[in-house]
Design a protein around this ligand. Structure first.
Ligand code: ADP
Ligand code: CIR
Length: 372
C-alpha cells in the first residue's frame, strides 16, 4: 500500500513508527513522569501498558505521542496535560484520549456519540442576576478549527497568515451588531495589547502550556482579534484554536449573550467549513473543548461561598461547573471576582450546555444569598 505523505517531514513515512531516537526520549521522559507528583489526567491514564502500545505510533501528519503529551511532561502542574497535535491523534492515541475525555466531560464513554447541534429556544434563558448584585459580566465562547489547515503545532508561518486572511475575509461583511474591525496582534502597540488583555477581551501572551505544546510558533504572526463596536462580540484568531467566537457583556443577561453568540456562529458557519468528527462534534486542539466547544461563564462575586475555596470548588463540581480566576485559566481571583463556567462541553447540545451552566449559577447565587 502506498504510504501517505507526512505533513511534517514531507517524506513518505506514512503512519509508520516514530523514529528510534524519539522512542528513547519518550522512554526517558515517561520514567521521569512516573517519579513526579503530577496530578494531570494524562499522568493518571498513561499506564505502562498504554505507553508501550502508543510510543511507536505516528500520524500521517508526522505527530507522535510526544507531540501530544509534551505540555504535560514539561508542565507537571497541568490539569489535563495533553493536546491533540493533529485531528488524527484522537483516534490513533484513543487509548489515552478516551479515558481523559470520559473523566473530563462527566462520563462520555467510548461508545457515546456527540449529538447534532441544537441551539434550542433562546427565549428560555433570562437574566441570572436582574438586580445586578453579584454577576459582573457574562461570556460565551466556542472554538472552531478550519478545514484544510492543520492544528496549531502543524501550521507553517505561511499557513498562519493564509488562515488569518481566510478568517478575516469571512468576518468582513458581518451584519448589524456584529459589524466590527480586525486588529492583527503584530500591528498592536504593547499598551493597546495590555489594555485589551486587562479588559478581558484579548488572550494573554506566552501561555506556558501552549508554548510547550509547540503552539506559540511565529508569534505574533497570524494572530489577532476582531471586535464589534460595542465590544460585545469578539473573535480570536489563531490562539489555541484557529477560531474562538465570543459574545460577552456586563451584567447577567445570559439570554442576550447567548442570542448574539448563536447569530454569530450560525452566520459564520455559512462562510467557513470546520473540522468535525461524527463522534466528537467539533474538533479542537485541547480535548477539554470537544463537542459543542462552549464555555459559558460569569464573572461573579460570591464572598461567602469563597471563604473556603475547597468548598466553593466542591459546590461548583456538584453542578458540573468549574471555577477559574479573574483572568481566566490558571489565574487568581482579583477583588473577590471568580470566573465560574460549565465544565462539560461534549455529549450535550448547545442549549443543554448553556442551560446546565444557567441552572447551576442560579443555584450558587441562591446559596450565596442564604449563607450567613
Ligand atoms: P477561554 O475562556 O477562552 O477558555 P480563559 O479562561 O483564558 O480562556 O479566559 C479568557 C479571557 O476571558 C480572560 O481574560 C477571562 O478573564 C475572560 N473571561 C472569561 N469569562 C468572563 C466573563 N464572564 N466576563 C468577563 N471576562 C471573562
Ligand atoms: C492543563 O492541562 O492544565 C492545560 N493544558 C490546559 C487544559 C485545559 N484548558 C484549555 O483547553 N484551555
Amino acid at each position: 500500500m502506498a504510504k501517505a505523505k507526512c505533513h511534517k517531514c514531507e517524506e513518505k513515512c506514512g503512519k509508520g513508527r516514530a523514529d528510534p531516537e524519539l522512542i528513547l526520549k519518550l522512554d526517558r521522559a515517561y520514567r521521569e513522569l512516573l517519579k513526579s507528583d503530577s496530578k494531570s489526567l494524562m499522568r493518571k491514564y498513561l499506564t505502562q501498558e498504554i505507553f508501550n502500545k502508543l510510543k511507536t505510533k505516528k500520524t500521517s501528519f508526522g505527530n507522535t505521542l510526544m507531540d501530544c503529551i509534551q505540555s504535560g511532561l514539561i508542565n507537571l502542574d497541568s490539569g489535563i496535560g495533553i493536546y491533540a497535535a493533529d485531528q488524527e491523534c484522537y483516534s490513533l492515541f484513543a487509548d489515552l484520549f478516551d479515558p481523559i475525555i470520559e473523566e473530563y466531560h462527566g462520563g462520555f464513554r467510548k461508545s457515546d456519540v456527540h449529538p447534532p447541534s441544537d441551539f434550542g429556544d433562546i427565549s428560555t434563558l433570562g437574566n441570572l442576576d436582574p438586580k445586578g448584585e453579584l454577576v459582573v459580566s457574562t461570556r460565551i465562547r466556542c472554538c472552531r478549527s478550519v478545514e484544510g489547515y492543520p492544528f496549531n503545532p502543524g501550521l507553517s508561518e505561511e499557513q498562519y497568515m493564509d488562515l488569518e486572511s481566510d478568517i478575516v475575509s469571512a468576518l468582513s461583511d458581518l451584519p448589524g451588531e456584529l459589524k466590527g474591525q480586525y486588529i492583527a496582534l503584530r500591528d498592536m502597540t504593547p499598551m493597546q495589547q495590555q489594555q485589551l488583555i486587562d479588559d478581558h477581551f484579548l488572550f494573554k501572551e506566552g501561555d506556558r502550556f501552549l508554548e510547550a505544546a509547540n503552539s506559540n510558533r511565529y508569534w505574533p504572526m497570524g494572530r489577532g482579534i476582531y471586535l464589534n463596536e460595542n465590544k460585545t462580540f469578539l473573535v480570536w484568531v489563531n490562539e489555541e484554536d484557529h477560531i474562538r467566537i465570543i459574545s460577552m457583556q456586563k451584567g447577567g443577561d445570559i439570554g442576550e449573550v447567548y442570542a448574539r453568540w448563536v447569530t454569530a456562529v450560525t452566520t459564520l458557519e455559512k462562510k467557513l467549513k470546520y473540522i468535525r468528527s461524527d463522534r466528537f462534534g467539533y474538533l479542537t486542539f485541547c480535548p477539554t473543548n470537544l463537542g459543542t466547544t462552549i464555555r459559558a461563564s460569569v464573572h461573579i462575586k460570591v464572598p461567602k461561598l469563597a471563604r473556603d475555596m475547597n468548598k466553593l470548588n466542591d459546590l461548583a463540581g456538584r453542578y458540573n461547573l468549574q471555577v477559574r480566576g479573574t483572568s481566566g485559566e490558571h489565574s487568581e481571583a482579583q477583588d473577590g471576582i471568580y470566573d465560574i463556567s460549565n465544565k462539560r462541553r461534549l455529549g450535550l447540545t448547545e442549549i443543554e450546555v448553556v442551560r446546565e451552566m444557567y441552572n447551576g449559577i442560579l443555584e450558587m447565587i441562591k446559596l450565596e444569598k442564604s449563607s450567613t
